[in-house]
Design a protein around this ligand. Structure first.
Ligand code: TMP
Length: 203
């Protein structure tokens, strides 16, 4: 049974999701929410091993389908162990990345079948869908300059342009749930946009 609020943060690598997640957590706690901050891939002990497999640049042989399934496996465990129990307890869950990342990175980015990704993830999550998704939008080139190299971030800028366009396509399709927030400016400026968006769903 689902009682808590499920908020996800999305965006390309290096856009500042963790900073904004922590600021949002502090804000919601001040308002009396009990908040669980978590992330994918790697939000559970098992998931942290899956994360290593996914990001290790030496795994050149990892097929696109294996990549989708490993992200989905990480997610299945994360929903089972962390997200669903917290929501059932009435807690607010702030999660960095969820199914939208698989649609953007593996679907739009790698050109893999979107319906297959939706369906495998529907199965993996048991149909858990965020109440609100905040997509922090910025130029991937600037964001990537702030990241450490791994198996995903070593992909070309054209790949990241498709990922960003993918996120924006999801926003057009689901404007109620998936909000685009400009990541331009200081972290305080971005945080105030984030809080405004969240206030909109709290009332
Ligand atoms: P992170 O750096 O935000 O922790 O995410 C690790 C990488 O995994 C990042 O490059 C985005 C990528 N990713 C996908 O490609 N598909 C997914 O479903 C998820 C959750 C992350």
């Amino acid at each position: 049974m689902r009682k808590g609020l499920f908020i996800t943060l999305e965006g390309v690598d290096g856009v500042g999701k963790t900073t904004q997640a922590l600021l949002l957590k502090a804000y919601l706690e001040q308002k009396g929410h009990e908040v669980v901050h978590t992330f994918e891939p790697g939000g559970t002990a098992l998931g942290s091993s899956i994360r290593q497999l996914l990001l290790d640049p030496s795994h050149k042989e990892l097929s696109p389908m294996t990549e989708i399934l490993l992200y989905a496996a990480d997610r299945a465990q994360h929903v089972h162990e962390t997200v669903r129990p917290a929501l059932a307890d009435g807690k607010t869950v702030i999660c960095e990345r969820f199914v939208d990342s698989s649609l953007a990175y593996q679907g739009y980015g790698l050109g893999l079948d979107l319906d297959a990704i939706r369906s495998v993830n529907h199965w993996a999550t048991g149909g858990v869908v965020p109440d609100l998704t905040l997509y922090l939008d910025a130029d991937p080139e600037e964001c990537l300059a702030r990241t450490k190299p791994d198996r995903i971030t070593e992909r070309a800028l054209e790949y990241y342009a498709r990922v960003r366009a993918g996120f924006l396509t999801i926003a057009e399709a689901e404007p109620q749930r998936f909000l685009v927030i400009s990541a331009a400016g200081s972290r305080e400026e971005v945080a105030s946009r984030v809080l405004q968006a969240v206030e909109g769903v709290l009332v």
